[in-house]
Every structure is written in structure tokens, then in C-alpha cells.
Design a protein around this ligand. Sequence first.
Ligand code: UT7
Length: 336
Amino acid sequence: MTKLRASITGVGGYVPDYILNNEELSKMVDTSDEWIMTRVGIRERRILKAPGLGSSELGSKAVLQLLEKTGTHPEDVDLLVCASVTPDHQFPATSAIICDKVGLKNAYGFDLNAACSGFLFALNTASKFIETGSCKKVIVVGADKMSSIVDYTDRTTCPLFGDGAGAVLLEPNMGDEGIIDSILHTDGSGRANLYMKAGGSAFPSSHETIDNREHYIYQEGQTVFKAAVSRMADVSAEMMERHNLTADDLAWLVPHQANLRIIDATAKRMGLDPSKVMINIQHYGNTTAATLPLCLCEWETRLKKGDNLILATFGAGFTWGSMLVKWAYDGDKISK
Ligand code: UT7
């Protein structure tokens, strides 16, 4: 029996206009362009400056572009899944706000939080609604306003993150193209190495939590780095082995953009030439749930029907995983 696959039939993305470069950052904390470029590979990141706007603003812009590029009527969308660690509010879900802002009147939506692996986990979850036949058009959006939880007095974390959003449309495909396989993992014993301590139910906001600067990202950089290198590389290599793929069979690696050295190590482990790796960390930094779709958006014109892509992530939790995707269309939808 032919399998119904969920295939990506369009991509959209959005980053805010304001560019915070390493020069400006080195006036805020004791750092330098040389340190950040050598250790991480980021030259600049985008920041949403306007007050009162959150991740839904970024996500809505990405979804609107996606709808326009794919010629999709908002009322034809069945479901929207939003991945974010920086929701507009604790509740309602950011997906509800995005649905309202872009006019998805017939869709239902929910949020999903798997930190930097959020988009991959959301894509895998959303694909099941297509594969089972319960939905025909599903939007997956990764949106994060990381600047809302970055401590701009902490040089160990403030250079790393930026704001952005990306979205994809999933539709059924009876052919070979679509989401072929995923390997996803969670190991919560790593949770204390990368987290935001306060603001949730364990440590609700108080004068004390604010005085202790506990509403910002806390990271044990080296521990996370070591775990990210081994696990993202292992799970990507495992995906290749599982499908008997060599480096020649792969068109692109689409890696989470947290550190250029982690990306390089993953590509090396897979035996991939650097020319087959999507890298835009230098422009946007780590946009958490938005890194993968922002890469797909930027590379869309170069993608061809039938291309094999491996998407790979590592993030807080710890969460990590890889996904094999056979790309479903040639080039940029907008130019068609
Ligand atoms: O996306 C979610 C997953 N997150 C990640 O994958 C991030 C993983 N971690 C990393 O990417 C790296 O660990 C960092 C980029 C966070 C840090 O790089 P590192 O090479 O591990 O540096 P380090 O923490 O070992 O620090 C080395 C030195 C220290 O100075 P001393 O103790 O050697 O004198 C730091 O104080 O660099 C210092 N340092 C800085 N110097 C200039 C730390 N941050 C900075 C900075 N500018 N911004």
C-alpha cells in the first residue's frame, strides 16, 4: 500500500530589522568580535525592539509570507503548531495569537516546547496529522524573541542569541517526497545546564527572583557544548546508517545554528563537504526554534525536488534529534 507522506510544500521566514553587531555588543559587555567569531561564529543578530510585541509578531510575519508564497487561503489551513521558548504569555498559547493575527479562522492550534529542538519536534508531531489523513494543510512555525530572556550584562550568553521566525506548510504526498524518518531524544537530566530558573510554576516571579536575575537564560556552556557535539553528530550519522545513505546521497545538512564548531563537527562526522551545509549563524545567531526554517527559507532557491536533507538539532532539556526529508519541489515558490 502506498504511504501517505507529509511533505513540505512551502517555506516562509522573518527576522526583525534591527541589527545588533559584535561591535555594539562589545560596548555593552567585555567581549570582542574576535572572541565571538572564533568561539561561536556569530557576527550579528536581529532584535525585535518595538515594545509590546512578542514571538507571535515574528511568527505571524513568517506565516503571512508562507501563505502568500504558496497561494494558500488562510481559511483552508486545518492546524498550526507553534514551537517557542519565548511565548507572548504563559497563556493563551502563541499559536492562538498567530492564528488570530493571520486569519486562520478554521484552524486549531497548540504550542510545543522542546527548546532548540522545538521546530524539529513540532514538524515530526505535525506530520502525523497529515499521515493519518486527519489534516490536509498544517503549518509548523518556530518563533523566538530570545532578546526577551537574554541578560545583556552576561557576556557568556548575550552574544549567542537573536530573534526570528520561520514557518513551513505540510501537505499530503502519495509519492516519494516528504518526511521520511525521524529520530528524536529527550534526556531531562541535562536540564540544569541550560534553563531559565524563574517565571514558571516552580519559582513564580517575585522581587527576589528579579533581584537574582533568574528570568534570564542560564547556561553551563562547556557541558552543553560537549553534549551537543556528540549527540547531534551521533543522531545524524545514525540516520544515514539507518537508510544506507552515504555523503554523496545527501544534498544538504540543515543543522541547528548554535555554534559553528558544533555544526562543523556534525558535518565532519557525517563525512559531508562543507559546501553541503546550510550555515547562516553569522547573520542571525541562535534563534532557537527558528534556526531550521530560516535556513530552509534562505536556501529554498537552491533546493530541488528529490533532494535528500538531514535536519539536526540539539537544545535545552536536553533534547536532540535528526530528520530525513526528501524535498518536494524545485526552487522558490514565489518565482513560479
Ligand atoms: O542551542 C542550545 C544549545 N546551546 C549550545 O549548543 C551552546 C553550547 N556552548 C557553546 O557554544 C560554547 O560553550 C560557548 C560559546 C557558550 C562558550 O565557548 P567556550 O569555548 O566553551 O568558552 P568557555 O565557556 O570555556 O570560556 C572560555 C573563556 C573563559 O575565560 P577564562 O576562564 O578562560 O579566562 C570565559 O570567561 O572565554 C571567556 N568568555 C568570553 N570572553 C570574551 C566567555 N564568554 C566570553 C565572551 N567574550 N563573550
